[in-house]
Design a protein around this ligand. Structure first.
Ligand SMILES: *Cc1c(COP(=O)(O)O)cnc(C)c1O
Length: 228
C-alpha cells in the first residue's frame, strides 16, 4: 500500500535541492522533515529505511504511540499545538518542538526541562497572518517569548516556525514567509543571538518558502500520499 513512498521521497528530496539551487542557496542548508501524521508505522519505516531519521507529528498521543513502536534512533519533531499538561510526556520523546505558541507553554517547557535536566530544541511559532483560527504568537508576544527563551539555560532556542494561510496566493505566501525571516533577523540582532532555523513551507508551498529562506520544510502528503 505504501510502495510509492520511497519514490515520492526521492522526488521531493530532488525537488527541494533544486529549489534551493534555483534560489542561489546551498541545498544542504534546507532540511526536509517528513510529516508522518495519520500514516501508520509501516509507512514511516519505509522512509526510515531510505535513511531519513527525522519525522514530524502534530498530535501528542500519536507521536508517543509511534515512538514506542518505531526504532529508538528516530528524531521526533512535534509540529502541532501542545497543551501544557502534556509537556512532560512530549519531552520524553521529542527532540524538537516547533510549536511553542504561548508564553505559558514556554515557561512550562523550561521548568520541566530543568527538572529533567534536558535541553529541548524549540522553535517559536508565529501567527504571521493573524488568522484567528491559527495557533501561534502575535508579533508582540514573540518579542517577550524570544527574550525569555534566549535567556534560558534549559531550552535550546533554535528559531521560528509558521504556517501560511491555507490556499493563499503566491504573493501572500511570500509575504508571510519573508515576514518570518525578517522577524528572525531582527531578533538575532536585537538579542545578539544566532537563530539557525526557519521552519516554514509544506507540500503546497515549500518552493516559495525555500526562496524566502526556509531551513526546514515540513512535508507530508507529497511523500506519504493523501490524508483522509
Ligand atoms: C500536516 C502538517 C504539515 C504537512 O502538510 P502537507 O501539506 O501534507 O505537506 C506541515 N506542518 C504542519 C504543522 C502540519 O500540521
Amino acid at each position: 500500500m505504501y510502495s510509492h513512498v520511497p519514490e515520492n521521497l526521492e522526488n521531493v528530496e530532488n525537488s527541494v535541492a533544486k529549489a534551493a539551487e534555483n534560489a542561489g542557496r546551498d541545498p544542504k542548508s534546507v532540511k526536509l522533515l517528513p510529516v508522518s501524521k495519520t500514516f501508520p508505522p509501516e509507512a514511516i519505516q519505509m522512509v526510515y529505511n531510505c535513511d531519513k531519521k527525522s519525522f514530524g507529528e502534530n498530535k501528542v498521543q500519536e507521536l508517543l504511540d509511534k515512538a514506542q513502536e518505531l526504532p529508538r534512533d528516530i528524531e521526533w519533531h512535534l509540529i502541532g499545538h501542545l497543551q501544557r499538561n502534556k509537556v512532560g510526556k512530549v519531552l520524553e520523546v521529542a527532540t524538537y518542538i516547533h510549536s511553542v505558541d504561548s508564553y505559558k507553554l514556554l515557561k512550562r517547557i523550561n521548568r520541566l526541562a530543568e527538572e529533567k535536566n534536558i535541553k529541548p530544541k524549540i522553535l517559536l511559532q508565529v501567527n504571521v497572518s493573524g488568522e484567528e483560527t491559527k495557533y501561534g504568537l502575535s508579533r508582540d508576544e514573540l518579542k517577550n517569548c524570544a527574550e525569555y527563551a534566549a535567556a534560558s539555560q534549559f531550552v535550546d532556542f533554535k528559531g521560528l516556525m509558521t504556517m501560511a494561510p491555507f490556499g493563499a496566493e503566491e504573493e501572500e505566501l511570500r509575504s508571510v514567509f519573508s515576514t518570518l525571516r525578517e522577524d528572525k533577523n531582527r531578533l538575532e540582532k536585537d538579542l545578539n543571538i544566532s537563530l539557525p532555523e526557519l521552519s516554514m513551507g509544506m507540500s503546497a508551498d515549500y518552493k516559495i518558502a525555500i526562496e524566502e529562506g526556509a531551513t526546514i520544510v515540513r512535508i507530508g502528503s507529497k511523500i506519504f500520499g493523501k490524508r483522509y
